[in-house]
Design a binder for this molecule. Structure first.
Ligand SMILES: Nc1ncnc2c1ncn2[C@@H]1O[C@H](COP(=O)(O)OP(=O)(O)OP(=O)(O)O)[C@@H](O)[C@H]1O
Ligand SMILES: [Mg+2]
Length: 425
């Protein structure tokens, strides 16, 4: 019972801006009627309302480039937040998305806002709710999309360093650091800097087909000599939002980081880049400790082996000691297929006394494609399960903990709960 496939095009009254374009994928007939009526009256025209859910929206590929509003039913999705994040990346950047669904849960609402949705309304829709939500979404976009990615509100937020640590060698730490930095940059529409702190054996620059430079060692030796111009010159651009710095010191050349070198260096770097993702070496405990100390966020990747769990526990202890206020995320490695591992995720959780936040799946073709093309994995293999698995983690990094988004959320939650109250009447 799909309605007319003709896209809805109409102008707001008294407005000489381009016409508003809206679409909807809705499962239930009653909700379809309501969405149709309210977007109709808001835009003074027909709306392209289709029968379907987020599954149909994910399979849809012919998005009008000037699409302003998409209403999508999260019905039956087993992982609505991951699906929402996937959908958001497929849509034109200017499109505001309003989710609807049967689940009436503020935690879900917050997660959806964190992945870039403008709003979420619980079914059944009270009269006027959809129209108001659509108007708010358009207003929000006019003001610069304060709660969406690329939010200007994020620009003055505090500097963030995410350190990525492999509990053992070869667990996929460099791959994860690059993937997360690329996803974060694209999501925030903000320049993110990757730093490979393994001055001798780092593989990050090689993986991205960028040139290693000597200046990193010099900068760590004499951080007081670094200025914004220096960073500008040595940070190599991979794409619009991704930059990287890494060295290739001779294996014979020793390096002893002076006290606080990494922290001082990162402070200087943050004058140019708000977000830094650090690939942390395991072979240099002094530098490792310094980087952990200077981090706001840490991703620890453990493989499903006995030594992997033991070392994850030891690094977790270092993190607790030197960076107790850093946000710690725990992931399991995807380099080896977890089905063939003797240690299970539950064993890791029991030993480390905390939940695993992300199980990075094994995706050898995607990892190979990234290496072969010298590109971040999200570009070389955008549909990889690795990208999908890391999405909630990336969304959580810049999500509601940050400045404007957090403030907006409380206001919207207020309206959301108002909506629930009025619905119960
Ligand atoms: N999820 C994954 N699935 C399959 N292969 C992967 C995955 N992640 C990484 N790899 C591959 O595993 C190898 C090691 O990855 P990577 O260099 O990222 O690990 P590392 O922990 O940084 O290693 P090192 O200790 O040498 O720094 C690479 O060939 C990479 O392409
Ligand atoms: Mg590495």
């Amino acid at each position: 019972m799909a309605a007319s496939a003709a896209q809805q095009v109409s102008a707001l009254p008294g407005d000489d801006k381009p016409p508003v374009v809206a679409m909807a994928f809705v499962t239930e007939a009653a909700a379809q009627a309501r969405v149709s009526a309210e977007l109709f009256s808001m835009t003074l025209g027909k709306t392209n309302v289709r029968e379907g859910s987020i599954d149909n929206a994910l399979a849809f590929s012919e998005w009008p480039r000037d699409l302003d509003i998409l209403v999508v039913d999260l019905a039956n999705s087993s992982d609505p937040v991951a699906d929402a994040a996937a959908l958001k990346t497929a849509l034109p950047g200017s499109c505001s998305v309003i989710g609807i669904g049967r689940i009436n849960d503020v935690a879900l609402y917050r997660d959806l806002i964190a992945v870039g949705f403008s709003d979420y309304l619980a079914l059944p829709l009270a009269e006027g709710m959809m129209g108001r939500a659509a108007e708010r979404a358009l207003e929000q976009r006019e003001r610069g999309g304060a709660t969406m990615h690329g939010a200007p509100a994020n620009k003055d937020a505090r500097p963030r360093t995410l350190s990525v640590l492999g509990a053992r060698g070869g667990v996929g730490a460099t791959t994860a650091a690059i993937t997360i930095a690329a996803m974060l940059g694209a999501r925030l529409k903000e320049e993110v800097l990757l730093i490979d702190f393994d001055l001798h054996y780092g593989s990050l620059m090689l993986s991205l087909d960028l040139e290693a430079i000597d200046a990193l060692r010099e900068a760590l030796d004499q951080p007081d000599r670094i200025d914004a111009l220096f960073i500008q010159q040595v940070a190599q651009k991979k794409n619009e939002h991704l930059f990287a710095i890494g060295a290739e010191e001779a294996p014979s050349g020793g390096f002893q980081a002076r006290p606080h070198a990494a922290g001082d260096f990162l402070r200087q770097v943050h004058r140019r880049f708000r977000w830094v993702v650090a690939d942390v070496p395991r072979g240099d405990p002094v530098l490792q400790r310094q980087i952990i100390e200077a981090s706001t966020d840490i991703l620890l990747i453990a493989d499903l082996s006995l030594p992997g769990v033991r070392d994850a526990m030891r690094i977790q202890q270092v993190i607790h000691d030197v960076a107790p206020s850093a946000q710690l995320h725990l992931a399991t490695s995807g380099v080896l297929d977890s089905r063939r591992s003797s240690v299970k995720v539950a064993d890791v959780e029991r030993t480390l006394k905390r939940k695993v936040d992300c199980q990075i799946p094994s995706d050898i073709p995607a990892a190979l494609a990234a290496v072969n093309f010298g590109k971040p994995l999200p570009e070389a293999a955008p549909n990889s399960t690795i990208v999908k698995a890391l999405r909630p983690l990336v969304a959580g990094l810049d999500g509601l903990g940050e400045g404007g988004a957090a403030k907006k959320a409380s206001g919207l939650i207020g309206r959301f709960t108002q909506g629930i109250k009025s619905k119960k009447k």
